[in-house]
Write a new protein. Sequence first.
Length: 347
Amino acid sequence: MKVIFSRISFASSPRALVRRVLLVMLIWPLCCIAQDDLSTFPEGASYFDWLDKPRDFLSTRFVSLSNKVDSFFGDERAFQEARTSYLRFYGDLVVQKDGTSNFNPQIQARVVLPALEKHLHLLIETNAATTPNANATTAEPTSSVVTQKGVPAIKTPQDFFAAIRLLVTDTLHWNVSTDAGLRIHGFALDPFVRARAGHVKDMDDWQFRLTESAYWFEQSGAGESTQFDADYKINEHNLARSRTVATWSDHDQQFYYQQGFTLFHAINDNQALSYQGNIYGENQLNSHVTEYDVSATWRIRMHREWLFFDVQPGLYWPETNGFRITPAILLRVEAIFGDMACGCYGI
């Protein structure tokens, strides 16, 4: 039941009156920050409605930094939670110490359909991250095709995805969606359904984000992924993040794990740096580590809000190579067209 301002009675005990005075003293600074005009109340408004704007102001200040960092660096979460149409293309050229290299092009597209107040989306993508068990690093060199030195091997995408996504809810703290479609592999059609729910909690200079994803593919079966991000806002230009991911594959009957730490640093509106380290593991036979890696990424906006270039040198210790050090460098060109390139990539 709402407590209407006009119905509040001040005939109460002294202890209750003291609590109300202390409450006003605590929340009054928020009113000053929000700079909101509180002189009038809309008819039927709750007495505490005037707290919404100060709360939203403080939340948005922190959320905007986290979202801008993810958007600028092309984090997959920014595209998964987008409500606008876009076309994204990026190509990764990975060069290894022995001179071998490979080029891996990917494409993503989202079209907002004119129904259900922009809650219905058409998805077309080749991103390998949408397939089960994809837990390799961006510049993971162990899967590279051995080629003649200096001649990159072009890794043509083998899987194409087409789906209809329903955005169930999208608020400041909740993002829930579900989709159904087909994975096309050669001449084979693999129907699938997926569901995703993300929740954000702000606490002072911390932001905690829990994301649950579940999927079912007719050929490879079901699976589930849990991702937990803990972001700490150091200042207006620096953000630290801990990311923990656990994925279960029914097809492989095992878990895949990832623990990563990242420091983001914004140089200016067009350049940013990130430093990251990751540990990967699985529980096949017994729980063990499958790879360590450390890398740094320099990302520059080359043209307006839609053309980016990345340089990512890294050191990798994969189990498949006896945990011997494997240096590699990734070069990426990325282009984003549509509403996702309307300025939201600035930091």
